[in-house]
Design a binder for this molecule. Structure first.
Ligand SMILES: Nc1ncnc2c1ncn2[C@@H]1O[C@H](COP(=O)(O)OP(=O)(O)O)[C@@H](O)[C@H]1O
Ligand SMILES: N[C@@H](CCC(=O)OP(=O)(O)O)C(=O)O
Length: 377
């Protein structure tokens, strides 16, 4: 696709029907570990304006831990995981109570959704998340999403809401992603470094990653810093979704397409949300090893993976799970959703469609991975 101009990207954001807005902890809370109602109310006012003009907004809000540690008597954001989970349990309630009040002033309802990594991986849960979000939006509510910090174990956490917001933008097929933080834009280096310069437009985020020096969080409550925000902008760009990054006080102008913060151009056309999910979220549970012919066909991008071209199956998985498709050298060629359980596949290997039908029955005469469920890596 042709690289759009900054004005085109800003216009696309202004015209977005469905917007995912992500706001960081430092934009909603005070360093003492309490909510900052004034700043939260200002953000709600900006979102309500878009909502009342007919836009659909999904809010991914951090801040549970940062709003909970003060009321629980901690002087600073705790580092112990159980402490953090307890703070999140308290802070999430406070956060939602404040959002509910603030949105109610505009006659708007909010709906809380707490997500774990597995909800974006397992196909059934993914479909449930999607259906609930769509229904909330259809009913005019503002879904407010956070990671389920109190239940997620450390090993299987997103840990930051930046990447989660990009996945949510895919799930709801958003037209724009707005990343709100405590810095007004992306800089060529962390703003604390002398000489760092503000960047107002990133035509290709993958190229920019090589030229920008990104650092960790600048506050005592944020988590991912600019690294995870750039990753979120990259996932959005690759998914065909324009993004803008700026400070929370610029939320209104950012959503209106004004030239604030840093705009990121999409670098691909929009894919189907299902394919994007396979590409970004689905965790492969096993591997199908393709022979040379099947490897070429898969690499060509338009072919299904047939049992006749598969040499080996590895791992335990069920029909519908994601699997790697590797070549004989063990290189990953593609990721796909497999049509059969791992135990069913060995008897199918090397057989063409007619043989599968004759020896195993009609229900086996199908590709192992259909091309619609396959994404090249
Ligand atoms: N190249 C950069 N440009 C802008 N900010 C950067 C850069 N590298 C690191 N940062 C830091 O990232 C911080 C924002 O990330 P973070 O603290 O995680 O915010 P949030 O809580 O909003 O998610 C900024 O305050 C800034 O200090
Ligand atoms: N889920 C955590 C926040 C995680 C996170 O991404 O924080 P931030 O870097 O402030 O966006 C919470 O609500 O405290």
């Amino acid at each position: 696709m042709n690289t759009p101009s900054q004005a085109q990207v800003r216009r696309a954001i202004a015209e977005a029907q469905t917007i995912v807005v992500k706001v960081g902890s430092s934009s909603l809370t005070k360093p003492s570990g309490h909510l900052d109602p004034e700043r939260l109310n200002a953000l709600v006012a900006a979102i309500a304006r878009v909502r009342l003009m007919g836009g659909r907004v999904v809010l991914v809000s951090s801040g549970a831990i940062a709003a909970g540690f003060g009321p629980l008597g901690f002087e600073a954001r705790p580092t112990d995981v159980a402490d953090q989970q307890a703070c999140a349990a308290v802070g999430q309630g406070l956060l939602m109570a404040q959002y509910e009040n603030a949105f109610a002033r505009y006659g708007l309802r909010v709906g809380q959704i707490l997500i774990t990594v597995s909800d974006t991986i397992a196909p059934q849960q993914y479909r449930n998340v999607r259906r609930t979000l769509e229904r909330l939006l259809d009913l005019g509510a503002v879904p407010i999403i956070n990671e389920n910090d109190s239940l997620a174990s450390n090993e299987i956490r997103f840990g930051d809401n930046d990447r989660l917001s990009a996945l949510i933008a895919n799930i709801v097929v958003a037209d724009a992603l707005v990343l709100l933080t405590d810095v007004d834009a992306l800089y060529t280096a962390p703003p604390s470094e002398p000489g760092s310069k503000r960047i107002s437009y990133v035509p290709n985020v993958e190229d920019a990653l090589a030229n920008v020096q990104v650092g960790g969080t600048g506050s005592n409550v944020g988590t991912g810093g600019m690294v995870t925000k750039m990753e979120a902008a990259r996932v959005a760009a690759v998914s065909g979704i324009p993004a803008v990054l700026t400070c929370a006080s610029n939320a209104g102008p950012a959503m209106m397409g004004d030239p604030v913060g840093t705009a990121f151009a999409p670098i691909n056309d929009r894919g189907s949300s299902r394919r994007l999910w396979i590409g970004f979220a689905a965790h492969p549970q096993g591997t199908l090893v393709a022979d040379a012919g099947a490897s070429n066909a898969v690499r060509g991008g338009a072919a299904s993976l047939l049992a006749a071209g598969v040499l080996e199956v590895k791992g335990n998985f069920a029909a519908g799970d994601a699997v790697w498709i590797d070549n004989e050298a063990g290189e990953h060629l593609a990721k796909g959703l497999v049509g059969f359980d791992s135990e069913e596949i060995p008897q199918m290997l090397g057989r063409n469609t007619a043989q599968l039908k004759r020896f195993l029955g009609e229900e086996y005469a199908h590709p192992l991975v259909h091309r619609d469920n396959l994404v090249l890596v």
